[in-house]
Design a protein around this ligand. Sequence first.
Ligand SMILES: Cc1cc2nc3c(=O)[nH]c(=O)nc-3n(C[C@H](O)[C@H](O)[C@H](O)COP(=O)(O)O)c2cc1C
Length: 258
Amino acid sequence: MLNVYGGLATALAVVGLAVAGLAVVGLAVVGERERTEALLSSCGETGNSVSMTFEQDETVAAPDTLPAVLPLVVGIGGTIGGVSSTERALRIALDAVEKQGYRTQMFGGADMARLPLYDPKATTRTPDEQAFVAAVREASAVIIASPGYHGSISGVVKNALDLLEETARDPERPYLADMPVGLIATAYGWQATGSTIAALRSIVHALRGWPTPFAAAINTQVTKFDDEGGASDPAVVEQLRLVGRQVARFAPLSEPAN
Ligand SMILES: Cc1cc2nc3c(=O)[nH]c(=O)nc-3n(C[C@H](O)[C@H](O)[C@H](O)COP(=O)(O)O)c2cc1C
């Protein structure tokens, strides 16, 4: 009889321990989920939807001693043949970067159009090619803006990115290694904005860069950009500024001194 009770007591103790163990695991899972949600919401993204509450558009206080040359953020993007909404979107993001104390350099549609089709076997590079590669080598961060062409990035933007193969053997930093990279896609409809952002993220990963958590997807059928650096939808302007601020926040990690 004693053995029966003893066995029962042991079984109850084992069940009790298992329940306690499950409770601890459950609490840990809930804690992890809360941490993940907090992180996503601080980035302006919650799951698949984009939160419309944005950070304050604060300009950083000027440091007591400014560096002789401000660190550089390079913008690559736009389309050729005249006014480009993609380039205007990129300009808004770069303006936000400048407010955070960075120098910016834009390689827009006209600049990219001067780059020859990338020939990996060429033994010389044109001055435009050299200037582009030199700017990216000097940069602490990059923002790439592409239109959605047939569901992916445009050939003009891809040709410019192909040229970064010239940095493949750089001992300090090949490609975009360890650099924060902000992403912007425009398209005449929603579908290609998503696939273009996905293509850009994939390319940046291949180039060893770090796409920022938030990327701006802009439907140019709905949103119109103006000559004054604004857009018809203030939320789109805020999204572009957020891309700029996220890039600026992580840029110090890849500045040359680090
Ligand atoms: C060759 C070409 C392909 C395009 N393919 C798509 C597409 O697949 N999906 C889409 O929504 N828009 C497409 N568009 C429209 C552009 O993505 C859209 O108009 C974009 O905002 C253009 O940017 P821009 O104003 O900087 O030139 C295409 C435009 C061109 C010229």
